[in-house]
Ligand binder design. Structure first.
Ligand SMILES: CC(C)(COP(=O)(O)OP(=O)(O)OC[C@H]1O[C@@H](n2cnc3c(N)ncnc32)[C@H](O)[C@@H]1OP(=O)(O)O)[C@@H](O)C(=O)NCCC(=O)NCCS
Length: 179
C-alpha cells in the first residue's frame, strides 16, 4: 500500500483576539491603527465633529489584541440627542492584516453590551449600512437627528439596546450635543 502525503497543509484557524476595555496606555498604538485604517482623511469625517464635543468613554471602548499586538479598536463617546443621553460609537478599525475574522463584529458587540450595562438605551454612529445593519443598526429612526456637521442620512445609524425595533415608541429627535 502506498501512503499519499497531502501536499496542501490545512490552514490553522487564527486564535480569537483578546478583547479588553481601553486604557490610557493604549493611546499611541490606537493612533497608529486609526492612521492606517482611515488615512489622511481621518479628521475630515462627520463623526469627528461629534468627537470634538463628546467626552470619550474609555471604559466603554475596547481594544483587540493578537499575541500582545493591538489589532482592533472601537471607541465610544457620550452624547445627548435632543437632551436624551446616548452613546456615539466610532471610530471602529481593524488592522488590515487581521480583517474578516470577526474582530470588528466582536468589538461592536462588546461595545454595545458595555453601553447597555452602563444604562444607555441607544448607540448612534455614522457608518456603512451593509456592515452595521448586520449588527443591529438601522437608519429608520435617525431622520430627525441633527448632526453637528453634514452627513449622508443613509449612513446615520442607531441601535436600540433594549431589543426594540429602532422605529418603535421613542422618537429620537434634536441636535447631537455634549451630554
Ligand atoms: C470595517 C472593519 C472594522 C471590519 O473589520 P473586520 O474585523 O474585518 O470585520 P468582521 O470580520 O466582523 O466582518 C468582515 C465582513 O464585513 C465585510 N465588510 C467590511 N467592511 C465593510 C463595509 N464597509 N461595508 C460592507 N461590508 C463590509 C467584509 O467584507 C467581511 O465580509 P464577509 O464576512 O462576507 O467576508 C475593517 O474593515 C476596517 O477597519 N475598515 C476600515 C475602517 C472602517 O471603515 N471602519 C468602519 C467605519 S467607522
Amino acid at each position: 500500500m502506498t501512503l499519499v502525503t497531502p501536499s496542501v497543509v490545512e490552514p490553522v484557524p487564527a486564535p480569537a483576539p483578546d478583547l479588553r476595555a481601553e486604557t490610557s496606555g493604549d493611546s499611541a498604538p490606537i493612533e497608529a491603527l486609526l492612521d492606517q485604517a482611515f488615512g489622511p482623511g481621518r479628521f475630515a469625517k462627520a463623526s469627528e465633529r461629534v468627537r470634538e464635543i463628546a467626552p470619550l468613554r474609555r471604559d466603554l471602548s475596547f481594544c483587540a489584541f493578537e499575541a500582545g499586538r493591538l489589532v482592533g479598536v472601537v471607541r465610544q463617546s457620550e452624547i445627548a440627542v435632543g437632551g436624551r443621553r446616548m452613546i456615539f460609537l466610532g471610530p471602529l478599525a481593524v488592522d488590515t492584516q487581521a480583517r474578516r475574522l470577526g474582530t470588528g463584529a466582536a468589538l461592536v458587540q462588546a461595545a454595545c453590551a458595555a453601553a447597555a450595562q452602563a444604562g444607555f438605551g441607544e448607540v448612534l454612529l455614522v457608518g456603512d449600512p451593509p456592515y452595521f445593519e448586520r449588527l443591529g443598526f438601522s437608519a429608520q429612526a435617525t431622520g430627525q437627528i441633527i448632526m453637528p456637521g453634514p452627513v449622508d442620512p443613509r449612513r446615520l445609524l442607531l441601535r436600540r439596546l433594549d431589543g426594540a425595533a429602532p422605529e418603535d415608541a421613542v422618537v429620537f429627535q434634536g441636535a447631537v450635543t455634549a451630554p
